[in-house]
Design a protein around this ligand. Structure first.
Ligand SMILES: NC(=O)c1ccc[n+]([C@@H]2O[C@H](COP(=O)([O-])OP(=O)(O)OC[C@H]3O[C@@H](n4cnc5c(N)ncnc54)[C@H](O)[C@@H]3O)[C@@H](O)[C@H]2O)c1
Length: 265
């Protein structure tokens, strides 16, 4: 067990994984615990959050978990209160939750647009709304928002709501960083590139490429470092930003992409 986050309380949204294997939030929750953090894991999926809590406990880590819809105000407020009841403080907020829904404005219904924006952007507003006062009272904290390289680059197919939502995450991050620095609160975003997580093996992403094999082949071929990253590449970046090693870093967009955004094609 490491000590880089010893005794820090970390609140994680979307701490499960959409399918078998390691999603970004699940890997981050486990890696936070491996570095000595007390993890408060939340997810809308009861089985998924129970699984990550079992993994952390099985490794001797400290965890509490809750079923929470990160896009619902009452649900987020209840989860924050439960975290405070369990651990008495919140040092790190890891805003991981996010969904993807490929398509352009003519493909997406208004309901699809609203759902994605609520989950990807409003969730961050809600967690910050309830957790910023706690961090300010404590004298500081670290907020990590999971964005995407889709916020700055095309994914090669239209994904307009996702790209727009992640652009909003970057702007949201800058605003918090600028306005809460004097309260000791840092806020950074991580921009994962093409990662090999269970999310991309679900229908709506594989459909874009035709098959899972073709998707993996095409995505690997695009990466200067030779293949897609995995959820732990994002988790390790999150541990750094959560830790005091990053105490002078705020407002950045930390790109974790194997170099793909360096090139045109
Ligand atoms: N996988 C990639 O290639 C990639 C690339 C860039 C960015 N990201 C971002 O990483 C984050 C996590 O992605 P992932 O691949 O681990 O996805 P994932 O779907 O495996 O994990 C997301 C988790 O969020 C939960 N969730 C969904 N809606 C929720 C809600 N309303 N309230 C609470 N929990 C909810 C799901 O149940 C799931 O457990 C997302 O923000 C995503 O946009 C992923």
């Amino acid at each position: 067990m490491g000590e880089r986050l010893k005794d820090k309380v970390v609140f994680v949204t979307g701490a499960g994984s959409i399918g078998p294997g390691w999603g970004n939030g699940k890997a981050a929750a486990v890696q936070f615990a491996r570095e000595g953090a007390k993890v408060f894991a939340s997810d809308i999926n009861a089985d998924a959050v129970a699984e990550v809590a079992d993994i952390i406990r099985g490794e001797g880590g400290t965890v509490e978990s809750i079923v929470c819809d990160a896009a619902n105000s009452a649900s987020v407020e209840a989860a924050v209160n439960a975290c405070m009841d369990a651990f008495g403080r919140i040092d790190v907020l890891h805003n991981n939750v996010g969904i993807i829904d490929p398509g352009g404005p003519e493909d997406l219904t208004e309901a699809q647009w609203d759902r994605l924006m609520n989950i990807n952007v409003k969730s961050m507003y809600l967690t910050c709304r309830f957790i910023l006062p706690i961090m300010a009272e404590q004298g500081g904290g670290s907020i990590i928002n999971i964005s995407s390289i889709a916020s700055t680059h095309s994914l090669g197919y239209s994904c307009i709501s996702y790209s727009a939502s992640k652009g909003a995450v970057n702007a949201f991050t800058r605003d918090i960083a600028l306005n809460y620095g004097r309260k000791g609160i840092r806020c950074n975003s991580i921009l994962p590139g093409l990662m090999n997580t269970p999310l991309i093996h679900m229908g709506n992403v594989t459909d874009v490429y035709g098959s899972t094999e073709e998707m993996v082949r095409q995505r690997d071929a695009l990466i200067p470092l030779g293949k897609m990253g995995d959820a732990f590449d994002v988790a390790h970046a999150a541990v750094f930003l959560a830790s005091d090693e990053a105490k002078h870093i705020t407002g950045i967009e930390l790109v974790v992409d194997g170099g793909i955004t360096l090139k045109v094609k």
